[in-house]
Design a protein around this ligand. Structure first.
Ligand code: SAH
Length: 507
């Protein structure tokens, strides 16, 4: 049996982009993931499909697993010979009981590795524009907890005697005790005017910052409705936050959007939306996998140079076609002199990645327009056309090409299937919180949404999302099954989809 190993990994403050490279590598190859409540569901998308997931969900006033139980799980899974990733919010050695877990592993003689993470105070500082140190004002930095034990409100911290001169104080777990903490800091000599900021859900799309001074912050945070998790930063540099707040000024900051694409496809759209400040929930309603049959590929590739047209109806088709092509050939010239058509700009963009240009793109990105544009070239009579498709490809394209007397071969290179959302952590997040918008980029995604509606029922106080469609075909499917189409992109492309969303939800 292989020897088990446990990685104590810092997940960073929550924003999936702030994961370290090492953390990402380990999550991608984990056999068991043991994670906390504050860990973002996006991380679970990185996991191998067969990884066992154990949520030990720690939350104030609610412990789904006691610390000893968590340690027992780690020991037991390592004893089974597993690669265990224990993912913890922020940094594992900062107010996260990582020390106790590491000690338990060391005592049991189990191999382990500690992977640091960006701690939430640093995330909060960066994303709210508060330098933690500053030459002229702040030279000492304190990380302190307002709550050593979530079960008791007392704290043993010597608040009156924290360094006052030129210091920045970052308080973790301080929301519930903020009035007492601020009073005690002032009793110890901190001036009531000291700038103070509370950063709630730091680094996340729904980050909020409550700004004030030490004397007023307890009151202000109440009217602000400040809730955990938040970091409270006390010190002169907290005043710089207004000028340096690069993150909150983004157009979609504070907006939550659901991306319903497959795991592999979602990242491009998600990062485009995240750049505009939105928080993205990835809800993979469908999965797309390669489905090239070797015998079919052999037959088609043997004659590839004899085709007149190569037609792509989706970026996925392009990706899986070229994957199979380059398994067979080493050189792009083996494609021969055929002409290439793509259904739309996104598909052409994907083709371009292989340094191949597209000869024909119809005005509108749909199968009918593609067929018409091909017919208009007047080149189809007795021409050999290879249509690259998925299992759900619409027949209208092939029918129309055949009507124009083309000899059409269909090459199925991928398949689209519904995923199972019953246990999906993003689905859970969606049910609990809802979203401002839900983006549909394909008819199969829409159908899967309806089929899995029972796993996507919103709780009473969740946000009701507006529905956003990438284009007319997806919209038609939505309307057909009685779903409203609140927003439709001008052109069926990701850029246009993001534009439409920014226009509707942007500040
Ligand atoms: N090990 C973690 C801290 C865990 S203690 C780290 O290094 O960040 C939990 C506390 O961390 C919360 O009460 C809150 O004060 C802080 N915290 C965690 N995530 C946060 C976030 N996204 N925004 C603000 N504070 C956060």
């Amino acid at each position: 049996m292989p020897k088990g190993i446990v990685y104590l990994v810092g997940a960073g403050p929550g924003n999936p982009d702030l994961l370290t490279v090492r953390a990402r590598q380990l999550i991608e190859s984990a056999e068991v993931l043991v994670y906390d409540y504050l860990v973002h569901p996006a991380f679970t998308h990185l996991l191998p499909d067969d990884c066992e997931q154990i949520c030990v969900g720690k939350r104030k006033g609610f412990h789904s697993k006691k610390q000893e139980e968590i340690q027992e799980i780690l020991l037991a899974k390592a004893a089974e010979g597993k690669r265990v990733v224990r993912l913890k919010g922020g940094d594992p050695f900062l107010f996260g009981r990582g020390g106790e877990e590491a000690m338990a592993l060391a005592e049991a003689g189990i191999e382990f590795e500690i992977v640091p993470g960006i701690t939430s105070a640093m995330g909060a500082a960066a994303y709210s524009g508060i330098p933690l140190t500053n030459r002229s004002t702040n030279a000492t930095l304190v990380f302190v907890t307002g709550h050593e034990n979530p079960e008791k409100l007392d704290t043993t911290v010597d608040w009156e005697n924290l360094p006052k001169k030129d210091s920045t104080i970052c308080i973790y777990m301080g929301v519930a005790n903020l009035d007492r903490i601020s009073e005690r800091l002032m009793a110890g000599g901190f001036l009531p005017e000291t700038p103070t900021a509370c950063v709630e859900w730091a680094t996340m799309g729904h980050q909020r910052v409550c700004r004030g001074s030490l004397g007023t912050i307890a009151q202000e945070s109440k009217s602000f409705g400040l809730k955990a998790p938040a970091i409270i930063i006390v010190g002169e540099t907290a005043a710089m936050s207004e000028d340096l707040s690069w993150f909150e000024n983004k157009p979609l900051q504070g907006r939550k959007l659901v991306v319903t694409r497959s795991k592999g496809q979602a990242s491009e759209l998600s990062s485009m939306l995240e750049k505009t400040g939105a928080e993205v929930i990835g809800l993979p309603l469908i999965s797309i996998t390669g489905a090239v049959k070797p015998e079919v590929a052999d037959e088609i590739f043997a004659e590839i140079a004899s085709y007149d047209w190569l037609v792509f109806s989706s970026p996925n088709g392009v990706r899986y076609f070229f994957e199979a092509f380059f398994q067979k050939f080493e050189d792009i010239r083996s494609l021969g002199f055929l002409r290439i058509a793509a259904v739309g700009k996104s598909t052409a963009k994907e083709i371009k990645k292989y340094f191949v240009s597209t000869d024909l793109i119809p005005k509108e990105a749909n199968a009918e327009s593609l067929a018409e544009a091909l017919v208009e070239t007047d080149s189809l009579d007795s021409a050999k056309v290879l249509v690259v498709a998925g299992n759900l490809g619409r027949d209208v394209l092939i029918d129309k090409l055949e009507e124009a007397r083309a000899i059409v071969d269909r090459f199925e290179v991928y398949k689209t299937e519904q995923t199972d959302l019953s246990e999906n952590p993003s689905a859970k997040m969606f049910r609990e919180q809802g979203a401002d918008g839900i983006l549909f980029t394909s008819s199969s995604g829409v159908r899967s949404f309806i089929d899995q509606a029972k796993y996507l029922q919103l709780s009473p106080d969740a946000l009701r999302p507006k529905t956003v469609s990438i284009g007319p075909i997806t919209s038609a499917t939505m309307k057909q099954i009685g779903m409203p189409v609140d927003i439709e992109a001008k052109e069926a492309s990701l850029d246009s989809l993001v534009d439409a969303v920014v226009k509707r939800f942007g500040k």
